[in-house]
Design a binder for this molecule. Structure first.
Ligand code: FES
Length: 167
């Protein structure tokens, strides 16, 4: 009888130890599952921090192809990372040469983003959506646009006009 009691005591001593070991294993497994579920969500939330846009210089025109006072529409194609793939996108800008250098205007109206067109006979940019008008320097002349046209950086290197685009 005392022997049985001894075995029972031993079992009681082993019981909690086995239980705590199993509990620890289950806890580690649960943490692993939780981490694997939480990792994509954390990566999604933090991804804008790792996607800082860089300025890319794009060759758009020969320096000798834009006379002083002239405004010219130019198009270019650049690769853009779109989700998991890289695609070629075509963009258009307006270049305008002043006595102080070349300006590059984005063709999106600053009111609601419609595409403006340059009217050479009137030396102005016109937005067909709500009648916004900008002068050839990109300043608002009339209509609802709250600010002048957005400008992109420009530099001239080895006889070529390059514009800076954030990609
Ligand atoms: S979008 Fe150009 S004036 Fe409204």
């Amino acid at each position: 009888m005392p022997e049985l009691q001894n075995q029972s005591e031993k079992k009681q001593q082993n019981g909690p130890s086995r239980r705590s070991t199993l509990g620890a294993i289950v806890m580690v497994l649960n943490l692993g599952v939780l981490a694997s579920l939480a990792a994509p969500a954390v990566r999604f939330v933090l991804s804008p921090l790792s996607r800082r846009s860089k300025l890319k210089w794009v060759d758009v025109l020969g320096d000798d192809q834009l006379a002083e006072g002239e405004t010219r529409e130019v198009s270019y194609v650049i690769p853009i990372v779109d989700g998991y793939q890289t695609v070629e996108r075509k963009y258009t800008v307006y270049l305008h040469r002043t006595p102080n250098g070349v300006k590059c205007f984005d063709p999106a109206c600053t009111h609601l983003g419609c595409r403006i067109t340059f009217q050479g006979d009137q030396q102005r940019y016109f937005c067909p959506c709500h009648g916004g008008v900008f002068d050839k320097e990109g300043k608002v002349v009339s209509g609802p646009p709250p600010t002048g046209l957005v400008q992109h950086p420009v530099k001239i290197e080895r006889g070529r006009i390059l514009i800076g685009r954030k990609v």
